[in-house]
Design a protein around this ligand. Structure first.
Ligand code: ACO
Length: 330
């Protein structure tokens, strides 16, 4: 590994997952699918779905409070809140504003970012840069999605894939003990927006038009997304290793975005990483988009798989297309 100035570190993490579970068997009663098809093609068994009245900011605030407890920090100490989401409470203001109010982070500036499944790692790059430049001290990043509200529950090709969740991290100044954000990488290819999108509700398909043209839900070309995800996640993983000088042997844990077990396996193969060092929980939550990586981080830590001093490489891919990676020593 190369010696490089480390500016920021992750000092607390937490996640929130709705209690209600939707199994593959439940889905087989709703659309023409089977447990076997879903499990073989995606690795998923269950996903969690919020109750009707729960908003993104409710789930986000729950995860944020857990991350604050983990960091032993108060909400007043947070100066920047970034919510990565494509399923915010309302079109505006930002969901981060509602989260600020719910957790009482009265000293923070709060804004959202939209980078789909890569959102948490885009947020980590922003937090690291803000802290490195001295513009921020303690940043709260949340990845949260309530995709169940924008899924077409009649479309078997998409409705089986997604779940609701939130994950959060507190990023603060590094304390020169070797821990910290070792590198971040983000990338976009805006030529491929229409392979994975939720078109309704913006200027192109305002609410009423979207309703009449069935444009309010997620639209996806699954196979094209799959191929792009395999290439881009592998590229992002290789890029972060080159940038930081970390070798695959030095990685203690690889956390790929949990979209599909076959994409996860392909990313591991690209780095020649044994699956024992690759975190997988797609079977329990489905694809939770921006929440996927902070949720996996939290669970890996709770299970003792991610330990103090470990080098963790995280890799994501999502609509846009966007892709991203980061290397962090915990
Ligand atoms: N149950 C049963 N059959 C299904 C289902 C289902 N839920 N969904 C699709 N099928 C059928 C199709 O209709 C098709 O039938 P046909 O051959 O008669 O036309 C057949 O299964 C094969 O369909 P494909 O789309 O070719 O199946 P594939 O093996 O590519 O798997 C999947 C589909 C799981 C969506 C895969 O393409 C995928 O995971 N893509 C990536 C999508 C993704 O992860 N998107 C999330 C956001 S981006 C990200 O997070 C990475």
């Amino acid at each position: 590994m190369q010696n490089k100035t480390v500016s920021s570190m992750i000092c607390g993490i937490g996640a929130a997952v709705p209690e209600r579970i939707l199994t593959n068997a439940d889905l087989a009663k709703m659309v023409d699918t089977t447990d076997q098809w879903i499990h073989e093609r995606t690795g998923m068994k269950v996903r969690h779905i919020v109750d009707d009245k729960v908003q993104n900011s409710d789930l986000s605030a729950q995860a944020a409070k857990k991350a604050l407890d983990d960091a032993q920090m108060t909400a007043e100490e947070i100066d920047t809140i970034i919510v990565a989401t494509v399923t915010g409470d309302v079109r505006f203001p930002a969901t981060a504003c509602y989260v600020q109010e719910k957790i009482g982070a009265v000293n923070a500036a709060a804004f959202d970012i939209s980078a789909a499944c890569s959102g948490f790692l885009f947020g980590l790059r922003i937090a690291d840069a803000f802290i490195a430049s001295g513009k921020s001290k303690n940043v709260l990043i949340i990845g949260c999605e309530i995709l169940s509200r924008i899924v077409d529950w009649k479309d078997r090709a998409t409705c089986v894939l997604f779940g609701d969740a939130a994950g959060a991290a507190i990023v603060g100044p590094a304390n020169n003990d070797g821990r910290g954000v070792l590198g971040t990488f983000i990338k976009t290819d805006g030529r491929l927006t229409q392979l994975l999108w939720a078109p309704g509700g913006g200027t192109r398909f305002p609410a009423e038009v979207a309703l009449s043209e069935n444009m309010n839900s997620i639209k996806m070309k699954g196979q094209e997304v799959f191929k792009a995800a395999v290439t881009a996640m592998g590229d992002a993983a290789v890029h972060i290793l080159e940038e930081t000088g970390i070798t695959p042997d030095e990685i203690d844990l690889l956390i790929p975005h949990q979209a599909n077990i076959r994409i996860i396996n392909a990313t591991a193969r690209r780095l020649k990483m044994p699956m024992e060092k690759v975190f997988v929980n797609v079977q329990d939550y489905g694809n939770t988009s921006a929440a996927s990586i902070p949720l996996a981080l939290t669970e890996a830590r709770q299970k003792g798989i991610l330990k103090d001093g470990d080098i963790c490489v995280m890799v994501a891919f999502g609509g846009g297309f966007t892709w991203a990676s980061a290397a962090v020593r915990f």
